[in-house]
Structure formats: C-alpha cells, structure tokens
Design a protein around this ligand. Structure first.
Ligand code: GRF
Length: 194
C-alpha cells in the first residue's frame, strides 16, 4: 500500500466505548492523519458504544460469541476485517482474549489500551489491583497485542497519581481521562511508522 493511502482502522468493543469515541473524534479532527475508522465491531449486542459509533456515521457490526468456539468466533471477525481491508485493529474495552489465529493474521497490527502502567497489574480490575497494592502511581498503557496477557510491546504510557482517598471509581475516572488522550497519540505514532 502506498504510504499516503488512508489507513483503515477497525475498533473492537464490548461496552461503553469511550476510547472508541476518543479515537473516532481524533480521526475526525485530524489528530490521527490519513486514517479512517472503517468499522466498529462488538461482541455484545447491547454495547453502549455501538450507538455512539452509529451517531458518528461509522459502520457497526455485532458478532456475538454465542455457541461458537473462540476460534470460530475470531474467524468471523477476521473475515469481516479482511473484507474491509483493515490496516490496524484497535481493541478498546474488548473483553475477549484473541485466538492465536487472529493474532497471527494481524500480527503487529493490533493495539490495546490497558488502565495500568504495564507490566504492572495486567488482566482484569487493573485499577483495583493498583489500590490493593498501595501503588502511589498508576496510569495507562497502549501496547501491541501478542499471545501474552497484556504483555506485548509497549507503544506509549502515561502516569496518573494515586490519591490516598481514591476509590476504584475515582482512580478509574482519572486514568480514563488520560486514556482518551494517549490512545489517539499512540495510534498516530504507529500509523506514522507503518
Ligand atoms: C478502559 O479502561 C480500557 O483501558 C480497558 O477497558 C476500559 C474500556 O472503557 N481496556 P471504554 O469502553 O473505552 O469506555
């Protein structure tokens, strides 16, 4: 593909989709140059982010797991991505582990955002883990997705202070503000270098 061609981004969500909205708005405002959000795919029929995507005129697709195996489910998603000639896949609150077939098909072209300073606190409930460990600093990380759990190469990170009186909710909200800035920056970096 010529370097100047518009890069086609797919965003995978399972829920609220606020990072998806941050990416879509960054593309619209030109903060992620030469890119378009080609599709938003959800594994949950009632993911709130689907409506936010539709409001922005972005194609949406629901591919539920149902009775499928992980491989069968991911096959369907990969087929949808291939049909749309997707260049970059952004996981944004997508709550499923990808099959090795999916990772292989898009190796080096799948990003995820995680609400901690990886490699600290991978997996679920990263903000709760930070509080339970007494961390004084946490943050967020954008990384490439490989077969490890939240363990792929790091693209960008942002620190966020942990306050003495923080709850999971207050810390999550403070981290989320930074997520919404960091993810577009990281995507722009990756696309510029691809
Ligand atoms: C974010 O905290 C993200 O880091 C994590 O899941 C949350 C998704 O939020 N992976 P949203 O759906 O983007 O609002």
């Amino acid at each position: 593909m010529p370097r100047s061609a518009t890069k086609r981004i797919a965003i995978l969500i399972s829920g609220r989709g606020s990072n998806m909205v941050a990416l879509a708005d960054a593309v619209r405002e030109g903060a992620i140059p030469n890119a378009e959000i080609a599709i938003v795919i959800s594994d949950k029929l009632h993911a709130a982010g689907l409506e936010s995507a539709r409001e922005r005129g972005i194609e949406t697709l629901v591919i539920e797991r149902g009775a499928r195996t992980r491989e069968e489910h991911d096959d369907k998603i990969v087929a949808a991505l291939a049909a749309r000639e997707i260049d970059l896949v952004c996981l944004a609150g997508y709550m499923r582990v990808l099959s090795s077939e999916f990772i292989d098909a898009y190796r080096g072209r799948i990003l995820n955002i995680h609400p901690s300073l990886l490699p600290a606190f991978p997996g679920l409930d990263a903000q709760r883990q930070a509080l339970e460990h007494g961390a004084k600093v946490s943050g967020c990380t954008v990384h490439f997705v490989d077969e490890t759990l939240d363990g792929g190469p790091i693209v960008a990170q942002r620190e966020v202070p942990v306050h003495e009186d923080d709850t999971v909710e207050s810390l999550s909200a403070r981290i989320l503000i930074e997520e919404h800035k960091l993810y577009p920056e990281a995507v722009a970096i990756v696309l510029t270098n691809s």
